[in-house]
Design a protein around this ligand. Structure first.
Ligand SMILES: [Zn+2]
Length: 201
């Protein structure tokens, strides 16, 4: 069976990821959306997450009986990371702060998905994964814009699509889609813009 996920992350790094995480966890526990203790309910057999609790159906709208699954927990991460980087592709827009152009403006889905992108062009995309690693380690991650030839740091790009350069991420394993109301409550608690990213493994 394949696993699905919903990731919710702040679109930028926040000042106090630890205390934000604590605040969200406590609020979700008080409302009985998640259990009070961590258990092995993440994706990997030993990955710790909070299992859905008695009221979790309130925030999804209908009962899919997800607690029967091994991976059904909510996982919290507060380290610096490129959230949802596995889903990164050149159809995501990366806007340069100098010229306002999208680094991947010349990519087309047809070329990309049929492996027909010319190698020189493809490199604009493939170099990104190394940069993600550098950024996550706190190293300098700067790149040259192919359009205006100017340098920027990775986190100076405006990214339109399903990844976040973040230090606060929640992953809901195999949960049905979350209610808008819940997203609003979360937004109020986190107090920094968030993004929801759905995916499958
Ligand atoms: Zn540029």
């Amino acid at each position: 069976m394949s696993d699905s996920y919903i990731k919710i992350a702040t679109i930028k790094e926040i000042q106090e990821p630890e205390s934000t995480s604590k605040r969200v966890i406590e609020w979700m526990q008080q409302n009985n959306y998640i259990e009070s203790e961590l258990s092995k309910s993440g994706l990997g057999l030993d990955d710790l997450a909070f299992k859905p609790s008695s009221n979790h159906v309130e925030i999804v709208g209908y009962d899919e009986n997800i607690t029967r699954l091994n991976a059904c927990g909510v996982e919290f991460k507060t380290g610096r990371q490129v959230s949802n980087s596995l889903a990164f592709n050149p159809l995501i827009k990366m806007i340069c702060k100098h010229c306002g152009e999208n680094r991947f403006k010349d990519f087309t889905p047809q070329e990309f998905y049929t492996d027909a992108t010319p190698p020189d062009k493809l490199k604009l995309y493939t170099v990104m994964f190394k940069l993600f690693e550098k950024w996550e380690k706190g190293e300098t991650a700067s790149l040259i814009c192919p359009i205006c030839d100017q340098h920027s740091n990775l986190d100076e790009y405006e990214i339109e699509g399903s990844i976040c350069l973040t230090n606060f991420e929640m992953t809901f394993w195999n949960w049905p889609d979350l209610k808008t109301e819940f997203m609003k409550d979360l937004q109020d608690l986190i107090q920094s813009p968030i993004k929801r990213m759905n995916g499958h493994l």
